[in-house]
Write a protein that binds this ligand. Structure first.
Ligand SMILES: [Zn+2]
Length: 290
């Protein structure tokens, strides 16, 4: 009887514990005039100059309202001048209307804007788009935005903050953690190509839209994982192996330090397998046994 009461108590604690609590909001100064906003599993960055504030992803309505209050308190004399979306996905771009006002310019890649319009996304639609690169100069700082081709979603770009040397990338580079589950919406080889391009750029600190910030070395480790994952799944498919066999056989132990490795490796494998069938028609190739 006593034991069952204890069990009931334990269950009650487990059920009511804050596993799904409100997202934790936080602002950290990452380097010089570049700050990171954390909202649960999501992150974005912003830059503060004498001439105004440059924001990136608002993340969602609640995060944006919280950020706006914080900016009002911390930098009350500094107006918000720009909001730039990293890509089209709603779970990073919602909340934009919180900052919509005279004198605030919203920016995204052309493809991200097109998608937000077509899908009737309920956030502020960008006023200004670009195709390859765009620089915004604000005070003594610059934000350089760069499109690297398809990688995740539509119109996903990197943003370099100078002179701080901070690079912001969302979803297609994740440091210290496995790429998300079964890679929904990802172009796996596009991620590899884009990450290779990033490693040819100048930066001291990479801040991701999820998980950790890190150095060039961390980005190299991440790229190594993507390349190894892609090669292992491709080679197995060339040998006619099923997804289930690949999920049993593929182990990438050099990367077992990445958070959620055990749980998400089979899902990552499934994602690459699906991508190779959808994009490269591996399942329709007459030279391969099915
Ligand atoms: Zn994301």
């Amino acid at each position: 009887m006593r034991r069952s009461w204890l069990l009931l108590l334990l269950l009650t604690v487990l059920v009511t514990s804050p596993a799904r609590a409100e997202p934790q909001y936080q602002i950290e100064q990452m380097k010089d005039n570049v700050y990171r906003l954390t909202a649960g599993h999501y992150r974005s960055v912003f830059m503060v100059t004498d001439a105004g504030i440059f924001l990136t992803d608002p993340i969602n309505d609640n995060a944006a309202a919280w950020l706006r209050d914080e900016l009002d308190q911390r930098f009350s004399d500094t107006p918000i001048r720009y909001v730039a979306y990293s890509h089209n996905h709603f779970d990073h771009t919602y909340g934009g209307q919180e900052f919509a006002a005279e004198g605030v310019t919203f920016i995204s890649h052309r493809l991200a804007r097109e998608d937000l319009v077509r899908t009737r996304a309920e956030t502020q639609i960008p006023d200004l788009v670009f195709d390859d690169t765009m620089s915004v100069y604000l005070g003594d700082s610059e934000v350089r935005m760069h499109y690297h081709g398809t990688n995740n979603g539509r119109g996903s770009v990197s943003m370099t903050f100078e002179p701080a040397g901070v690079l912001y990338v969302v979803d297609w580079i994740v440091l210290g953690r496995m790429p998300y589950k079964d890679l929904k919406g990802y172009d796996i080889h596009g991620m590899i190509d884009s990450t290779r391009e990033v490693l040819n750029m100048d930066f001291d600190l990479l801040v991701g839209g999820h998980a950790n910030a890190g150095t060039r070395e961390d980005v190299e480790h991440y790229l190594g994982y993507l390349e190894a994952l892609y090669a292992a799944v491709r080679d197995g498919m060339l040998q006619g192996k099923s997804l289930e066999t690949l999920q049993e056989e593929i182990h990438l132990d050099d990367y077992s330090d990445l958070a959620i490795y055990e749980e998400w490796l089979p899902l990552n494998i499934a994602g690459v397998y699906r991508t190779l069938n959808d994009s490269s028609y591996m399942d329709m190739r007459s030279d391969l046994e099915s």
